[in-house]
Design a protein around this ligand. Sequence first.
Ligand SMILES: Cc1cc2nc3c(=O)[nH]c(=O)nc-3n(C[C@H](O)[C@H](O)[C@H](O)COP(=O)(O)OP(=O)(O)OC[C@H]3O[C@@H](n4cnc5c(N)ncnc54)[C@H](O)[C@@H]3O)c2cc1C
Length: 415
Amino acid sequence: MTKNVIVLGAGIVGVSTAIHLQRRGRQVTLIDRHQPGNGTSFGNAGLIQREGVVPYGFPQQLGLLARYAFNNRIDAHYHLKALPGQLSFLARYWWNSNAKRHAMISKAYAPLIEHSISEHHDLIEASQAEHLIRKNGWMEIFRTAEKRDAEFAEAERLQKEFGLGFEPLTASDLARQEPDLNLGFVGGLKWRDPWSVLDPQALTAAYRRYFESIGGRFVHGDANSFGRFGAGWKIATDDGPAEADEAVIALGPWAATATRRLGYALPLGVKRGYHMHYSAKGNAVLNNTMMDAEKGYVMAPMNQGIRLTTGAEFAAMNAPKTPVQLDRAEAVARTVFPLGERLDPEPWMGARPCTPDMMPVIGKAPRHEGLWFAFGHAHHGLTLGPVTGRLVAEQMTGEKPLIDISAYSPQRFNP
Ligand SMILES: Cc1cc2nc3c(=O)[nH]c(=O)nc-3n(C[C@H](O)[C@H](O)[C@H](O)COP(=O)(O)OP(=O)(O)OC[C@H]3O[C@@H](n4cnc5c(N)ncnc54)[C@H](O)[C@@H]3O)c2cc1C
């Protein structure tokens, strides 16, 4: 008999998981309270970060930590009131970021990243979404020779250890590739392998259409009504109750609430982030997604305009928006590139779903038969959605997973 599966959450991770299960003969109902791709997967910087084998760690140097304490930077901001609630997550995150553990984590994380482009490629082709993709890598740009040389050295190390492709750029290379960029940068580093997405929400929507074209069903429903039904699972949806033999929780930053309701104590945290779109003045064109490395914001050419995205904000997930990093980033970005007016009525805010060891949670729920977890992808959820979907579906259908997934198991937190 065909097994039914409910996939909760239609972000890039949930939609990709639903596709891989449907392809393997499961009858899948994908459920979200909003349209697919309207959560965190809506507003990211659009990078499929093939180079991102080293997950973003918590700063270890005391001098740098002291500078963060002033709370006036672009790359990080915190709500003092939220820190006590996040202390356990932050302490474990800090501990996992020490050089030795971070290196071990990167080794375990790299195989997942290695399959990011190939797994997206499969779904991009199947969903005819090539028009949303640019395959020209992305760049970091540097203000000081010190930063440039340190990043070149790190890139060479990553090239040797993980086979990543990069190109060092002199100031004149940079001027040739980005003629509208203001001078004053000493050079850049172009990561060759990554792809970028011109509209991340549209990519998730295209994957959803493909999912439906192979027989999957999307319905609106609220995860708060999700629970046990005999040996299976059920949830209330706009089309009436949905029941299934198995279920996958792919609720991104909302997974903490859903898993807590089922009795799990996973050490999850969030890093909030903002974006705003801008026009370009005159005929100015931005050709590449780029990060102003010393300042910590990204400018990405997208269909809606030039998307400026910010770094991490440590705050309660549902606290009101405080887009101070965006204001600071905009002030700097205007001196770098001729940005025109703001194009959105207000800044977009999302929350990166994080774990303290910087790796996602992928695998069978420890204490419930027929329940699976796929969340916690932090800065790389767009990058890792398709490979995660494949790994979850392979596990659920008893296939040998593409890579060893033991490092991502929920069991590691003994929840
Ligand atoms: C500013 C910023 C820049 C980023 N840049 C990049 C980047 O360049 N590259 C990259 O790889 N990653 C990037 N990320 C991270 C990436 O966006 C996330 O990791 C990814 O989108 C997470 O996907 P997801 O499917 O797990 O979660 P989501 O996209 O958040 O999906 C979860 C879904 O669950 C639904 N949901 C929640 N609660 C309920 C409920 N009660 N009932 C029903 N449905 C519910 C939501 O509506 C949502 O659709 C960035 C993030 C931010 C904030």
